[in-house]
Design a protein around this ligand. Structure first.
Ligand code: HEC
Length: 142
């Protein structure tokens, strides 16, 4: 009973969070319910600047995060900076048939806008993340 109530509350806050991320596809915006795989020692600066960086992995990605194997198709990794409910940036990597797909959103005028990455602009992200090729392009993986 108590447990049901608690998970209800968690589900509701996840929903509220997703609803607050206007402009971010729902499958990326639900990160608040995922496992946190990195939140310590991330640099303040760099391409994804800001304090309070957190990296979340969906269940598919979390399963093999520490294994050293390439992550499975359907893996989604989201990195945010700033408050969890209103991040100051939201960077996404999604493992697709064609490989990792990259998008980065920033809040502007009450919405989140796709500013970097996206269908026609993968080069910037790929160029740098190739530096982590040995860890399946993920820098914060152990
Ligand atoms: C100049 C280098 C550089 C560029 C360009 C870059 N990244 Fe990153 N990215 C990093 C580094 C370094 C980290 C780990 C440290 C950190 O989070 O600050 C990282 C971390 C991430 C993470 C967390 C998973 C991981 O790799 O550990 C995501 C998601 C991500 N980047 C998405 C993107 C997207 C989307 C783009 C393009 C819009 C992009 N990155 C462009 C260097 C880069």
């Amino acid at each position: 009973m108590k447990r049901g109530l608690l998970s209800g509350v968690v589900a509701m806050s996840a929903l509220a969070l997703a609803a607050g991320l206007n402009g971010v596809p729902a499958k990326y915006a639900e990160y608040a319910g995922w496992e946190v795989v990195a939140d310590k020692g991330l640099p303040m600066g760099g391409p994804h600047a800001g304090p309070g960086k957190v990296v979340y992995a969906n269940p598919v990605a979390a399963k093999d995060w520490k294994s050293g194997k390439p992550l499975a198709l359907g893996s989604i990794v989201v990195k945010t900076a700033g408050p969890a409910s209103a991040p100051t940036l939201l960077a996404v990597m999604e493992k697709r048939q064609s490989g990792w797909y990259y998008e980065e959103y920033f809040p502007e005028g009450g919405k989140y806008l796709l500013k970097f990455g996206g269908p026609n602009n993968q080069g910037l992200c790929v160029g740098c993340h190739t530096g982590a090729k040995a860890k399946d392009y993920l820098f914060t993986r152990p």
